[in-house]
Write a protein that binds this ligand. Sequence first.
Ligand code: NIG
Ligand code: FE
Length: 424
Amino acid sequence: MSTFADLLQFRMQPRTFYITNIGRLYYDEEGLTAPLKGASMSQLPFIESAWLLIENGKFHSWGSMSLFPETSISAHDATNGWVIPAWCDSHTHLVYAGSRENEFVARINGLTYEEIAQQGGGIINSALRLRNTTEDQLYDSALIRLHEIIQFGTGAVEIKSGYGLDLESELKMLRVIRRLKSATNCEIRSNFLAAHAVPPEYKGRQDDYVNHIINDMLPKVVEEGLADFIDVFCDRGFFTQGNTEKILSAGMKYGLRGKIHANELDYSGGVQAGVKYGALSVDHLECVGEAEITALLNSQTISTVLPSTSFFLKLPYAPARKMIDAGLPLSLATDYNPGSSPSGRMSFILSLACIHMNMLPEEAVNAATINGACAMGVEMEFGSIAKNKFANCLITQPLENLAYIPYSFGSDLVKKVILKGEMQ
Ligand code: NIG
Ligand code: FE
């Protein structure tokens, strides 16, 4: 019978093998550790008819099949399928209790997302359900979602709290995320989002709730080491720019960098607040004009766009084309959550980015891999097929060209997912 120690040992065994007969291999010779910006986002080098060596769970080397070395190391035959980096989904809320298809139907009947929120639905609806859900129940349902996105090809994911909105329930969510971190080979970062909505017990008292977050919740979250980042939903009807800056500044004192929700529903000042406090990313960005682009150009903040939220809520799409043409680094993520984007399928995000935001397929792949890795702080080890990065990659079915991935928006082209050198 295997003991836990045996299983641990098994997981830690060297994962060393070749992938052979790769139709096309998208590799990164330089070992990128910074986001691609502007015109460089369309650069995606590849070689055809290739092999790739994975050693101890990391990428080791690659070359042409015509020069495949004599070896006793085992090989996996890609049968002409393509090898691309696994997706890095830098913005999700995949820990939640219950779905919200009732609101989906309410929107069909004419209500907007904001009207539903004002009537006590939306995030508050999810929070009330989560408060009545045990940590184990939350963990079990989130693990199912995590396994699902791994099968879609996601190898690194950021997960937020924000459906607890009180100390105990936020800690419960963050503890679930901590448990998820060691449950699979998918790399996870956690984000503390108590400032997602003002809970009913603080209705009409946003400033008091913000003080509660800063004085009571944040120290506990930090004490337990539960968060990698701090988040605020800075938007019309949610948190003000002033309160966003207060929370970002408090987070900085504990060494937590912001990754915030900004400018989804309005020109909220969220982008400027994020830039001012050195946020790693500002996300959503449906409402972005010249002032926001200028602020971002003079910053270290990555722009993350979430096109499935625009799709699902019928909002305008973020002006991604304009932002890339202005020279910004852009990343793409799913926003997987029960209210505005109940899907964690990254390949669909690429399709939406190409169809509705005029991003080129190469730009979309970079936005969903290396730039996504940068937007969640894992770029040193993930995000591209580079020597010494973790072996996170996908083997697709044989393809004619890259555009086929976003073009065939309903098909599943991923035949194998390899994370940290293990077949999933
Ligand atoms: O990113 N915009 C704020 N938060 C989530 C939606 C959360 C919800 O509706 O449950 C988002 O879209
Ligand atoms: Fe979100």
